[in-house]
Design a protein around this ligand. Structure first.
Ligand SMILES: [Zn+2]
Length: 351
């Protein structure tokens, strides 16, 4: 394993940011290569500790000569967001300098060609970080971007072009659900990882061996040693299933038995009132149409001071908020419905 340091110059004199990149050289140029990054939203740490648990497994494979494809690992992809504390609270989702989400605004290239990337020295520090991360990842067959939700199941976002070919990956990782999408106008990292291949001939794009996914490793509080260990095993199984690592002790993944649904089936349930949220459901619950999802206490102690929110359709609760304070119009949860949501959103679900 080789370690190198990437450096992003800050937007003012005397400020710069650094993050390590860990690389393993594969022995077989024809084998699939893999890129893993975590904490693009800098405070989302379940993927960081999963990578920490994965590294000894990769080092053992390397010592035993079992690494076939090149592997690039960026355990903490966002040193800018990592340093952002605002009145004592960490803010790792948006760049404070530009108010831009760290997982939006990636360049959507017409082809997987690094020369099409913007000038790596222009733009604000967060834009230059995005260009650098894309440059590090481009050309890998497998690109995994490890995030987490507020409170939630383990699930993947996958572009429709990669499904069901990626079902083996979902099974290997042991996630609960897969959300399929087909439109990215905002430039997520995942979108920037798959878009360059969408207009290529099928024999060049090779969707049968390509992987690009945003991995949502449950909730932001699910930073846990046991979960990190099982997630690392899931990542390892994926790398073995796709031939990046050789491990004859592992069997091929079975079929994926979790929930698979298009993005348009998700109901985000905007809150009708502001107040304190009392949830009646949790991630993983199956709900019927009309089931009580949550009660919002907006005028405590007063007649009519509570407003109930009901399921618009049957489905599975995928996520809910980690905080219990809510403003009117903010989303209460993600309900993966059995059919298209009347409030279906295209592109990204959240800001
Ligand atoms: Zn995230």
């Amino acid at each position: 394993m080789q370690k190198s340091i990437e450096r992003i110059v800050g937007d003012s004199e005397g400020v710069s940011y650094e993050f390590p990149v860990l690389r393993f050289d594969g022995s077989d140029k024809a084998a699939s290569s893999a890129y893993l990054q975590a904490a693009l939203h800098a405070g989302e740490l379940p993927g960081v500790v999963a990578i920490d648990a994965l590294m000894p497994m990769l080092e053992k494979a390397e010592a035993e000569g079992r690494i076939k494809g090149n592997i690039t690992v960026v355990p903490q992809a966002n040193p800018i967001g990592r340093a952002q504390y605002h009145f004592g609270e960490h803010q790792g989702r948006f760049h404070l300098g530009t108010r831009t989400n760290f997982n939006r605004g990636f360049p959507l290239l017409a082809a997987p060609d690094p020369t099409l990337l913007p000038d790596a020295t222009s733009g604000t520090a967060d834009q230059r970080l995005k260009t650098r991360l894309l440059l590090l990842s481009i050309g890998h067959d497998i690109v995994l971007d490890l995030h987490c939700d507020d409170e939630g199941l383990a699930y993947l976002y996958v572009h429709t072009s990669l499904w069901p070919a990626m079902a083996d990956c979902a099974a290997a990782m042991g996630v609960d659900a897969v959300i399929l999408w087909d439109e990215d106008t905002d430039g997520t990292f995942e979108g920037a990882s798959i878009t360059p291949y969408l207009n290529l001939p099928a024999d060049v794009a090779r969707f049968d061996r390509r992987v690009a996914t945003t991995v949502e490793y449950r909730g932001i509080l699910d930073v846990d040693g046991a979960l990190a260990g099982s997630d690392a095993e899931g990542l390892y199984r994926l790398l073995v299933a796709r031939g990046v690592i050789l491990d004859q002790a592992l069997s091929t993944p079975g079929s994926f038995t979790g929930v698979v649904a298009p993005l348009e089936n998700i109901d985000m349930m905007p809150a009708p009132r502001a107040g304190a949220v009392l949830y009646d459901v949790k991630p993983g619950d199956r709900v019927a149409k009309g089931a009580l999802l949550a009660t919002i206490v907006h005028a405590p102690g007063e007649a009519g001071g509570r407003t109930q929110v009901f399921a618009p359709q049957a489905g599975i609760i995928l996520t809910r908020r980690s905080r219990r304070i809510i403003r009117a119009g903010e989303d209460l949860l993600k309900l993966v419905g059995d059919s298209k949501s009347a409030d279906a959103r295209s592109g990204t679900l959240e800001d």
